[in-house]
Design a protein around this ligand. Structure first.
Ligand SMILES: [Zn+2]
Length: 226
């Protein structure tokens, strides 16, 4: 969010006019993302001579490009800059795996008696599950689709998987552990709506588990048969 600008004075206007890119053409193109499509606005500037520049305006990516680029060149550069910017802002919003582990420790200390996973990370190969846990190894994986949900929803999924380190099954004891997180039920409802929205928006997530999103998220290594 940019700070509110003070009203322009007469002396500002001429310098602003000197600095501001003069836009001769503005239009939007669709840019495919891994999960959906972003609308990216291209502004062709007669003032900008060399590099193109991307910024966010009210949540939308705007790319200002020099006027001498061809249509194909400016759309290629706009798509590339937009993808880089969206990827960067997604990472910054939800954080790195290290930040994820720090958050897991905070949640564990608050709700789950300080239990410690050995690792918590985002993975891109979990299309059907929000999270999974291997209690014997202490590892937790979260679907990278959760990068776009509100932090309190991500927290609820993390609490669920952390609780499996104390109780591998979905027993009454497990449910009591999860219920220590105050917005647990609300997060379940949010994720159901998220899946429904994604599936009706043409982004099918595969068959939903019959018993809800968390019915088969506990993984153990295959038994050693030797
Ligand atoms: Zn579970």
């Amino acid at each position: 969010m940019s700070p509110a600008r003070r009203p322009a004075r007469a002396s500002d206007v001429s310098s602003a006019r000197r600095r501001a890119p003069r836009i001769q053409l503005a239009y939007s193109i669709p840019v495919p993302l891994r999960h959906g499509v972003a609308s990216v606005e291209i502004r062709v500037s007669t003032r900008r001579r060399k590099s193109s520049q991307a910024h966010l305006e009210a949540g939308k990516v705007v790319v200002v490009v020099p006027g001498h680029l061809s249509v194909a060149e400016r759309e290629e550069v706009a798509a590339r800059l937009a993808l880089r910017m969206l990827d960067h802002s997604a990472r910054r919003a939800v954080g790195s795996d290290r930040e994820l582990e720090a958050r897991a420790r905070e949640l564990a200390d608050t709700y789950l008696d300080g239990v410690r996973p050995t690792s918590v990370r985002f993975v891109t190969n979990q299309a059907r599950r929000w999270g999974s846990c291997t209690p014997s190894a202490g590892t937790i994986r979260l679907s990278s689709r959760l990068r776009s949900v509100p932090p309190w929803v991500l927290d609820a999924v993390m609490v669920h998987e952390l609780a499996h380190l104390l109780e591998p099954s979905h027993s009454a004891r497990f449910k009591a552990l999860c219920a220590r997180y105050p917005r647990h039920a609300e997060a379940d409802a949010y994720l159901l709506g998220f899946e429904h929205g994604a599936s009706t928006a043409g982004m099918p997530l595969g068959p939903l588990p019959a018993e809800g999103w968390s019915s088969d998220d506990v993984e153990e290594p295959a038994p050693d048969l030797r």
